[in-house]
Design a protein. Structure first.
Length: 344
């Protein structure tokens, strides 16, 4: 680990830097006339993970960008996690990444260029693991360290997955446990246990490359990844986009193993409450711990997958062959007064 702690040079960390959903809605709202692009299949309207353009030959171009401030102190690991997180948006659309460009903001008067080089080295390692080049990018002198990627991918049009195409009865699965925001907040305050923080780091370093194969499965009706808005925020987007509601069993939601320890001490990032304020009127049944975990901003979180209930056994067996032992934690239902109901 570096002697210099990168998290001490930023006011936020990871996807906890994201602007809260309600504020983002105001920013994106516009009364200006919208230009029509018939080949743009996915834009801002659906609140999806990436933009998608139909190339007209059965293939679509997937384009996304994601960047944030340090969630870990080690520069190499910061670059790695930021890259896994950015590439995930292509996987969440069922796409295969093909190229990345770096986005670097660096306080050159405070932190050495050698540390920035380590950030880029971590990114190169992840891009190599994903089978893509880090082909260029852009850098600026900024007050706080920032890093991320702009990623381009491809997907066969028939394999494209979106977050607003779920169907009533779909079962909900999550490919990674949640809670990294809380562990990261504890780490920044020097309150995280070493093993717990290392578990969170390993979760954030896990590529969501399984999304390419999920894209080829017809019984997966919708997909997104869980990042800064928390599980509830991204599930609200799925429900509202699909005209549905959801019921989730909190006892089946995958969590980092010691997350209750941090919840009992009320350790959580500031954006947790901002997330909750954005969608609290849409939620029924929130509890003391589930408030902290289900609103927890995830950095490089897992894929939220909506699966036809007929294919439950087939899907779970398929995931098992890929080293993922998943169980459904919720179900999508006909639209009701509340968007999400939580049972404990």
């Amino acid at each position: 680990m570096n002697e210099i702690k990168l998290t001490h040079y930023s006011h936020g960390s990871g996807c906890g830097c994201k602007i809260a959903p309600a504020v983002l809605d105001k920013i994106l709202h516009s009364n200006a006339p919208k230009a029509l692009f018939p080949t743009l299949l996915v834009g801002n309207e659906s609140k999806d993970d990436a933009a998608v353009m139909d190339l007209g030959n059965g293939t679509c171009l997937v384009s996304t960008t994601d960047f944030f401030m340090p969630i870990v102190d080690d520069a190499y690991t910061f670059g790695s996690i930021a890259s896994v997180n950015a590439i995930s948006d292509v996987y969440a659309m069922g796409g295969k990444p093909v190229m990345a460009l770096a986005i670097l903001g660096w306080p050159v008067e405070k932190l050495s260029p050698e540390l920035a080089q380590q950030v880029l080295d971590g990114s190169r390692a992840i891009c190599a693991k994903a089978g893509i080049p880090l082909a260029g990018g852009h850098s600026i002198d900024s007050p706080e360290p920032i890093f991320g990627l702009a990623v381009t991918g491809l997907v066969e049009k028939q394999n494209l997955k979106q977050n607003n195409t779920a169907k009533e009865g779909d079962l909900l699965y999550l490919t990674k446990p949640i809670g990294v925001g809380m562990i990261s907040a504890a780490h920044k305050r020097d309150l995280a246990k070493v093993d717990d923080f290392e578990e969170a780091v390993q979760v954030m370093l896990q590529l969501n490359s399984i999304g390419v194969e999920f894209g080829q499965l017809d019984y997966i009706h919708a997909m997104t990844d869980i990042t800064g808005f928390g599980l509830l925020g991204h599930l609200v987007e799925v429900c509202e986009g699909s005209g549905l509601s959801a019921e989730i069993d909190y006892t089946k939601v995958p969590l980092l193993k010691n997350i209750s320890h941090y919840a009992s001490q009320m350790i959580y990032p500031d954006i947790t409450t901002r997330n909750w304020n954005s969608y609290q009127n849409k939620i029924e049944g929130i509890g003391a711990e589930s408030f902290l975990t289900l609103c927890d901003p995830q950095t490089s979180g897992g894929l939220l997958v909506c699966v036809d209930p007929i294919a439950r056994e087939v899907f779970e067996k398929f995931c098992h062959t890929k080293g993922l032992d998943l169980q459904a934690f919720g179900v999508l239902k006909a639209k009701s007064e509340k968007t999400i109901k939580i049972t404990h």
